[in-house]
Design a binder for this molecule. Structure first.
Ligand code: SAM
Length: 225
């Protein structure tokens, strides 16, 4: 169970991080159902993630994408990570889940020995992983406004406020397509307020594994005057 001494927090919930990904990040963004709407061939779906960590969310998302994708469509999963892990650390953390063994092995075998800069891996012919190493705010600001969905997965807001700042939530919002979405396990009042101030229509839902709340939301199609 990976734990960050620097931030004093676990990388995912202790019950089952893979199932938490399905509840918070996939369902919170209306996935996999929205993949049905992609035009086939030619449609693409762009996910942004704050905090690549062990790659658990990527591996579980890729697993589900392979089950539901239509021919000729493409998933681009772009993640932002300040402290990229080594391949053996990723391998050890993810070995707990036999369900994603194939995805873990494929990821680890292509992960660079000294991860830095921008890592781009075509993990199969319909799926690209991009990881920007460095502070999320700078790298998100450098993106095109082309994201369909966001996984907001910094450490706990009280311990990792940079990952939930009003500036970063604004940058995320401004790079989301109208009608695009976010999901997060976080429910802190200042996170909800920052997301709403950025322009998202924010919804509270029951959290995973007995947590009272999580947040998800949409960038409205028409911005209120
Ligand atoms: C909760 S973990 C992410 C877990 C991950 N999604 C997974 O599937 O394993 C939070 C991650 O955010 C990263 N992080 C913290 N502050 C950051 C920052 N300012 N910019 C980019 N990444 C940051 C941490 O290094 C950590 O890997």
């Amino acid at each position: 169970m990976p734990y960050s001494r620097e931030f004093g927090d676990h990388f995912y919930c202790r019950e089952d991080g893979r199932l938490e990904c399905g509840h918070v990040f996939l369902s919170g963004n209306g996935l996999p159902e929205r993949w049905e709407n992609l035009s086939s061939p030619g449609g693409d779906f762009r996910i942004g993630e704050l905090g690549f960590g062990t790659g658990l969310n990527f591996c579980e998302t890729w697993r589900q994408w392979k089950l539901y994708r239509k021919p000729g469509t493409r998933l681009v999963f772009t993640s932002f990570e300040l402290y990229p892990m080594r391949d053996d650390e990723i391998d050890r953390a993810l070995a707990r889940w036999p369900e994603i063994a194939a995805e873990r092995q494929a990821l680890v075998s292509q992960w660079p020995n000294a991860p830095s800069g921008t890592i781009e891996i075509d993990v199969d012919d319909q799926t690209t992983l991009i990881v920007h190493c460095g502070p999320a705010l700078d790298n998100v600001r450098a993106q095109e406004p082309a994201f369909d969905a966001w996984f907001l997965d910094g450490f706990a807001p009280s311990r990792n406020p940079d990952m939930w700042s009003v500036e970063l939530m604004q940058a995320v919002h401004d790079r989301t397509k109208p009608g695009g979405s976010f999901g997060t396990y976080a429910a802190a009042g200042f996170v909800r307020r920052n997301l709403a101030a950025a322009g998202f229509a924010v919804e509270r839902r029951p959290g995973f594994a007995g947590k009272r709340e999580m947040l998800c939301g949409i960038r409205p199609l028409v911005t209120a005057p």
